[in-house]
Design a protein. Structure first.
Length: 282
C-alpha cells in the first residue's frame, strides 16, 4: 500500500496543481469574456438574453464607435500617457536616489526612515484620503494634472526594497575606485549606480504604468473636469445615476483594457526577472 500511495502521490499533486490554476484562470478570464461578448450586444440583447449568450453578430461595432467618440478616448489616451511617462521618470529618479542613500550611507535617522516606509504601507490609504485631499487642494493642484502626479511620484516600500536588493549586488569597491579617480557621489550615482539599476527600473516602471492606467479612484477624485479625463475615468461617461449604456460601457472597457494587457504580456518576462533578481541576493 505504501508503494502504491508513493507512486500515486506525484499524479495527485499534478491534478491538484492543474485544478487550482484552472480555477484561477476561470476567475480571471470569465469576466473578461463576458465584457467582450457584451461589447457586441445591443440594448435589446442585454435585456432579453443571458450574460453568457453569444451576440447575434460579432460585426456590430456601433458600441466601439460610440465609446470612442462619446468617451473622449483620444483625450483620455493623451492624459494617461502623460501621467504614465512623467510618473515613471520621477519614480525612477526618486526611487534610485533614495535607495542609494539608504544603502550606501550610515546616519542616525536611517532606521527611522525605513520604519516610516514600512508603517506607511500598513496604514489603509482611504483613512488618510481626507488629509491628502485637503493638502492637494491647499497647494492649488486640485483639478489639474499635477494632483495625481504628486500622488504617483511618491516612492513606496516595494520600490525601495527592490532597489536596495539590487544595490546589495553592486560592490562598494566600484564606488571606492571611482572616488579614488576623483568622482563625486552624484557622479558615482549617475555613471555607475543608475545604469546598473536599469533592470529593476524597467520592472518597476512597467508595474507603475499598469497601475496608473487602471487607477480610476485618484484620477476621478482629483481631476473631475472632462477635459482632464483619462482612459480609466472615460468609462464613467456611460454610467448614469439611473441608467447605464452597457454596450458602450463594455466596448470602452475593452478599449481601455487591451493596451494595458498587451503592454503587460509583452514585458512579463522582464517584470518577473526584475522582481526575482531583486528578491534573491547573489
Amino acid at each position: 500500500m505504501s508503494r502504491i500511495s508513493s507512486a500515486l502521490r506525484p499524479y495527485v499533486s499534478n491534478v491538484v496543481y492543474y485544478l487550482v490554476f484552472t480555477m484561477m484562470a476561470v476567475i480571471v478570464f470569465v469576466p473578461i469574456l463576458l465584457v467582450l461578448l457584451g461589447s457586441f450586444k445591443t440594448s435589446n440583447e442585454f435585456a432579453s438574453s443571458s450574460s453568457f449568450a453569444l451576440p447575434q453578430t460579432f460585426l456590430n461595432f456601433k458600441n466601439y464607435i460610440r465609446a470612442f467618440q462619446e468617451g473622449n478616448i483620444l483625450t483620455g489616451l493623451k492624459n494617461s500617457v502623460g501621467l504614465v511617462v512623467i510618473s515613471m521618470v520621477g519614480n525612477a529618479l526618486l526611487g534610485t536616489m533614495t535607495a542609494f542613500v539608504l544603502n550606501r550611507f550610515q546616519f542616525k535617522l536611517k532606521k527611522t526612515i525605513l520604519l516610516l516606509f514600512v508603517v506607511s504601507m500598513m496604514i489603509p490609504t482611504y483613512t488618510t484620503e481626507i488629509a491628502r485631499f485637503q493638502l492637494v487642494h491647499a497647494v492649488g493642484a486640485y483639478n489639474t494634472l499635477a494632483a495625481p502626479l504628486l500622488i504617483y511620484l511618491g516612492t513606496d516600500i516595494m520600490q525601495i526594497y527592490i532597489y536596495m536588493q539590487f544595490l546589495e549586488k553592486i560592490s562598494v569597491q566600484l564606488d571606492e575606485s571611482a572616488m579614488l579617480d576623483g568622482a563625486s557621489y552624484p557622479r558615482i550615482f549617475r555613471s555607475i549606480i543608475f545604469p546598473l539599476l536599469l533592470p529593476a527600473t524597467a520592472t518597476l516602471a512597467i508595474l507603475k504604468s499598469v497601475t496608473i492606467m487602471n487607477d480610476i479612484f485618484v484620477q476621478q477624485l482629483y481631476m473631475p473636469d472632462r477635459k482632464l479625463a483619462t482612459l480609466a475615468t472615460s468609462l464613467t461617461t456611460f454610467v448614469g445615476e439611473h441608467t447605464s449604456d452597457l454596450g458602450a460601457l463594455c466596448a470602452a472597457i475593452m478599449m481601455v483594457f487591451l493596451p494595458s494587457a498587451l503592454f503587460y504580456i509583452v514585458f512579463q518576462r522582464l517584470i518577473f526577472r526584475g522582481i526575482m533578481d531583486g528578491a534573491i541576493k547573489g
